[in-house]
Design a protein around this ligand. Structure first.
Ligand code: F6P
Length: 373
């Protein structure tokens, strides 16, 4: 019996998504004679039954393309804006899964997607996921595709900022994506030789950062490069967030929870623009002129690196093989040189942050990088 495979991409786009769709599609079609149906714009497309048949023609010529040929969105099945109102659209999604006679739905995405996919699995759907995100923070996999490409882009930016910072004797802060995990800022900072690296996992003390810049200056190095993850927190902000987390846990009802969440959002909101404020404060404390560069979505655009193309192809093709064997409810994860299926219930709701004893952190310290501690 021909198997019907649905596939969607969800969450932020990233390089390697098309390589994964192609790997899955080509193996499913060519090796196992399956039918592959792509749904547009993440879970929203499945809810609205907007689909496209992924045949040989559609899958051809996309390996090197950035973005996703299917489109994506951050829509969640259980909280979707429909006609201006937030609604639970899970049932519509379940119905469309069956309407399309799907044997399995492959959801390609980051942490949020893993959680949403697991929710659909709990509704009785056969689900397999693939881990993608430039943040590299999906639990259960050694690596997500998209990360390597973004790492190269951020590293090149740091390389290029060196000559201008040096020429003008300035401090340049480069803001790198990663709200909750600092893999990208840490990796690019290490590879690009940033003098200071600030990541969400290590709350920073601005006085210590300023002192490290003054020390460089005293030793004759009149410029500094600071790699800041967009989710980096000062020690003070971290304390506030921890207090709110505690309050959230002990909140008695929905209204109290909502109020605490609002306060937490205010701190997160305060963090947008924090790189500029940090630059201003450092200028005050060190007397050295400062500038900022926000890399933003440049880190997510364009063609994937060869590493990401291989990783995405590997995960996509192995996914087809698992479907052929009828193994569902798993995320196809990268483990060492190989691939492993991790139960989705273990992955959903978890985040892979940088461990404090990770070799990248130890090595950064050993080469004298200030981590703001
Ligand atoms: O989840 C990946 C990511 O690129 C994060 O690093 C970043 O914080 C976020 O997406 C930005 O999201 P959006 O593109 O929806 O603004």
């Amino acid at each position: 019996m021909t198997k019907f495979v649905g596939v969607l991409t969800s969450g932020g786009d990233n390089p390697g998504l098309n390589a994964a769709i192609r790997g899955l599609g080509k193996a499913a079609l060519g090796c196992y004679g399956m039918q592959v149906i792509g749904f547009r714009d993440g879970f929203r497309g499945l809810m609205e039954n907007r689909s496209v048949t992924l045949d040989g023609k559609m899958l051809s010529g996309i390996l090197t393309q950035g973005g996703t040929i299917l489109g994506t969105s951050r829509d969640k099945p259980h909280k979707m804006l429909v006609g201006g109102k937030e609604m639970d659209m899970t049932q519509a999604i379940v119905e469309n899964y069956h309407r399309n006679h799907l044997d399995v739905l492959v959801c390609i995405g980051g942490g949020g997607t893993q959680k949403n996919a697991y929710r659909l699995m709990q509704q009785g759907l056969n689900i397999i996921t693939l881990p993608k995100t430039i943040d590299n923070d999906v639990w259960g996999t050694d690596m997500t595709f998209g990360f390597d490409t973004a790492l190269e882009i951020a590293t090149e930016a740091i390389d290029r900022l060196h000559s201008t910072a040096q020429s003008h004797h300035r401090v340049i802060l480069v803001e790198i994506m990663g709200h909750k995990a600092g893999w990208l800022a840490l990796g690019a900072g290490l590879a690009g030789g940033a003098d200071v690296i600030l990541i969400p996992e290590i709350p920073y003390d601005i006085k210590i950062v300023a002192e490290s810049i003054r020390n460089r200056s005293r030793s004759g190095k009149s410029f500094s490069i600071i790699a800041v993850a967009e989710g980096a927190l000062s020690k003070n902000q971290k304390k506030q967030m921890d207090n709110f987390e505690e309050k959230l846990k002990s909140a008695k009802d929905k209204d109290e929870k909502k109020a605490v969440k609002k306060l937490m959002e205010e701190i997160s909101g305060m963090r947008s623009g924090q790189t500029l404020r940090l630059a201003q404060k450092l200028e005050e404390l060190t007397g050295i002129e400062s500038r900022i560069t926000i890399l933003g979505h440049l880190q997510r655009g364009g063609t994937p690196s060869s590493y990401d193309r291989i990783l995405a192809t590997k995960l996509g093709t192995v996914c087809a093989e698992y479907i052929n064997r009828g193994i569902y409810g798993v995320m196809i994860a990268s483990k060492g040189e190989g691939v492993e299926a991790v139960p989705l219930e273990e992955v959903a709701g978890k985040l892979r942050c940088v461990p404090h004893d990770h070799q990248w952190i130890l090595s950064a310290r050993w080469v004298g990088t200030c981590l703001g501690e």
